[in-house]
Design a protein around this ligand. Sequence first.
Ligand code: HEM
Length: 477
Amino acid sequence: IIFLKNNKSKNSNLRLPPGPRGLPIIGNLHRFKGVPHRWFHELAVKYGPVMVLRLGFTPVVLISSSEAAEEVLKHKDLETCTRPKLVGLGKLSYNHKDITFAQYTDSWRENRKVTVTELLNLKKVQTFKFIREEETDYVMKKISESALKQSPVDLSKIFFCLTANILCRSALGQNLRKNKFFNEERIEELVEEGSVTLGRFGFSDFFPGKLGKFADWLLQTNKGLEKVFEELDEFYQHVIDDHLKSLNGQKGTDPPADIVAGLLDMVNKHGDGKRNMDQVKGTLMDMFLGGIDTGAISMIWTMTELIKNPRVMRKAQEEIRAVLGSNREKITEEDTEKVEYLKLIIKETFRLHPAIPTLPRESMSQIKIQGYDIPPNTRIQINIWAIGQDPKLWKNPEEFIPERFIEKLLPFGSGRRICPGMPMAIPTLELGLLNMLYFFDWKLPDGMVGEDIDMEEVGNISSVKKVPLLLVPTRHH
Ligand code: HEM
């Protein structure tokens, strides 16, 4: 049970952010379970863009304006670039030995630096271009088959398979269509189970100490955690064994063939035990659970907004088809540089539907944000979705208008914790969507109009479209 209480400080010199008084606000619990960013936004409208919630015994500061977010992420980044230590996250990240959920320590810095500079840099990501192009072509062939029959395509599934195949091939060296051990369906289940588990809280997360532990034990809150952990661990072990087998007796290729090969290479090079297998598996978890869903979610919301806004869809297709000509059989990543309007569409989708709507941070020392004192070790949630809704920044914020000038967006976070997967995510999204809009015209299944589309979101960490998006393709070229 999570309840709210006004935050009072014994130290009267502190000027703490305002927050709701009274307990408990049970009526809101079901909404908190669903999509916290909307509930947080509602509270911020009432109490201000810097406010404090007390969840159990734990204060959480909610940041909901671009000025306050800039203060945290730009000016106080060093003081707020650690992550809260939550029970579920700890288990799935091998006791915070990964990048995403690790606290700000020397070992996190080293792990992130090596992974980013050696494995997720622009040059390295370029070497996986052929994988992105092959996988996108494969999906277009599948859609063409549905177009011949004029049957609806489940775009939620299509985009998930596309990002899963691209990520598993380029980051993990696993071709899911040829893999005897794990196929696309199994991967979809694993990612879903993993994401749900990452977003689940236990009592210990809000009632630190014996009380929380006792409640978790009594009500068996972490029951499913072990099972999901074991399944994911088996997958990572399979990926690692597969690489070790192919490396057996030979030195790794230079540069390493994929990201896992690179990680294993680094374990060998840094034979001082600094980078052990837990770190490798933790980093695999980051890629696997952080790199598949986020891309698919962004593509699903883009196509949802396009089908709801025929003016934008028409303008995008006219630009794309005029620039690329009428007889292309294949589209390459170089083509994505020529389609400016598509880039604006993706940015506008990020504003309305950021895949990760709130950024989790924790203060490491006492800081001042917008004149309020935030004590050390206080959880901070930056609501980037709320910033995208701010009527002071955006005219008619609920409308999908790609032409608007977009700058104050943080879909990949910012500062020391900014998403290192961005160089891989952007080309995947742009290439996939460009193909969808060049080769096909899209319509809703019979009898449906734009207003009928269900826009409901689900998810604690990411914001997934609850009802799958079904559209009927017609081959244009
Ligand atoms: C459209 C796709 C994606 C979106 C919208 C996205 C968004 C984000 C966001 C908002 C964060 C938190 C940043 C912060 O706290 O400031 C993050 C972190 C992270 N992302 Fe992504 N991401 C995407 C794709 C990827 C991919 C493809 C990978 C890996 C190949 C990846 C790996 C990571 C990692 C490792 C972190 C943790 C960084 C840290 O804590 O130091 N992401 N991402």
